[in-house]
Ligand binder design. Structure first.
Ligand SMILES: NC(=O)c1ccc[n+]([C@@H]2O[C@H](COP(=O)([O-])OP(=O)(O)OC[C@H]3O[C@@H](n4cnc5c(N)ncnc54)[C@H](OP(=O)(O)O)[C@@H]3O)[C@@H](O)[C@H]2O)c1
Length: 336
């Protein structure tokens, strides 16, 4: 059985390995033939050695998709032949998480997706909609779950306005799911070409944050001075104060990202005066993923896969994520 190891921190430190065939799945377990993986910012942080508490070597990449090839006794949610997404938070099935449930994650402190055959707890598998490719299924776990949880927390529906920062994986899923929920979407980007693509995906309004660094003012203008009901902050230190300015009275700033760092000095006054709900998030549960997948199936949403890399191009895939030229997701096809 083949797998890939990240032997130590560094984007050129992936080594292909061969190991023993896995044992038949035990009680409650499934054996999954992995077909595709997709990259998230956390995979980059793990590979760059900037994510806390990592021990190398490890099998990298949190998100993945595959086909169930065997199930153990007492598995009731999946069968042989099912196409599934593997949820990376392997201990967090539903409800509020304990610190351990929130922290434990495939590709971080559990074996990740760059493996030919994965033995997993069947309860962490979610059946994929028929219309999706392997690569598209692999984009779902972290990104669709996070985007869905943001929209659910902001109670986004007809009449709501969502502000999305940048055109990365989380923002683009949030755009697609917000439109499915009937919301109005304002999205920012450093690139007019990406904003054009976002419009084609249904964005109602676009703001270029490079040519218009005071993007929060643009959002206020586009909402008649009121502000967005939900600002999904995927950017972090450089955007948080502006997100507080862009959200409406009593609205939600849903903070998930640290692309520009995580340390900042904040003026509490806008937060207090506007009674803003600042909600932190750490992905979500298997049940949250299942909700997002149900919406994706019902609305036949096509995840945006910007590029599919081969296994031999892993360093290129990680470098592409770091460079940020993509819109939506970067995927890896697992052809051994
Ligand atoms: N906590 C959670 O639950 C959770 C879950 C998923 C992701 N995340 C985090 O959320 C963040 C985004 O994840 P992702 O997967 O969407 O990342 P991504 O695909 O790499 O997208 C990041 C995007 O952010 C935009 N950006 C970069 N620098 C910016 C700046 N200075 N100002 C405004 N926008 C900027 C860029 O958009 P343009 O190219 O359009 O300019 C870029 O494409 C990461 O920090 C990730 O770790 C957290």
């Amino acid at each position: 059985m083949h797998y890939v190891e990240l032997v130590e921190a560094g984007l050129n430190n992936f080594k292909r390995r061969e190991g023993h065939e896995p044992l038949p799945p035990g009680r409650g377990q499934a054996l999954v033939r992995m077909r595709a993986a997709s990259l998230n910012f956390i995979d980059l942080a793990v590979a760059q050695g900037i994510y806390p508490g990592i021990s190398y070597p490890l099998i990298p990449v949190a998100d993945g998709a595959g086909e169930v090839v065997a199930v153990g006794p007492e598995v009731i949610n999946v069968s042989t032949g099912d196409r599934v997404a593997l949820h990376p938070k392997v201990l967090w099935h539903a409800g509020r998480a304990s610190a351990l449930q929130a922290r434990t994650m495939r590709g971080v402190d559990r074996p990740g997706s760059l493996v030919e055959l994965a033995t997993v707890d069947a309860a962490t598998l979610v059946k994929a909609p028929d219309h999706l490719s392997w690569e598209a299924i692999a984009t779902l776990p972290i990104t669709a779950t996070t985007a869905w949880n943001a929209l659910a927390t902001g109670e986004i529906g007809p009449g709501s306005t969502v502000a999305l920062l940048g055109t990365g994986g989380v923002s683009i899923f949030a755009l697609q799911l917000a439109k499915a929920r009937g919301g109005r979407v304002i999205i920012t980007s450093s690139s007019d070409e990406k904003l054009e693509r976002a419009r084609a995906l249904g964005a109602d309004e676009t703001v270029n944050y490079s040519t218009n660094p005071d993007w929060e003012t643009a959002i206020l203008k586009l909402t008649g001075g009121v502000g967005a009901d939900l600002v999904l902050d995927t950017v972090g230190a450089s955007s948080f104060a502006r997100s507080l300015a862009a959200v409406r009275q009593g609205g939600v700033v849903y903070t998930v990202g640290f692309v520009t760092g995580s340390k900042l000095e904040v003026d509490l006054m806008p937060l207090i005066v506007k009674a803003v709900r600042v909600v932190g998030n750490n992905t979500g549960s298997v049940a949250n993923l299942a909700e997002a997948v149900a919406a994706i199936a019902a609305h036949r949403i096509e995840p945006v896969v910007d590029h599919v890399f081969k296994l031999g191009e892993l360093s290129d895939a990680y470098s592409a994520l770091a460079a940020g030229g993509h819109l939506g997701k970067l995927a890896i096809r697992l052809d051994w």
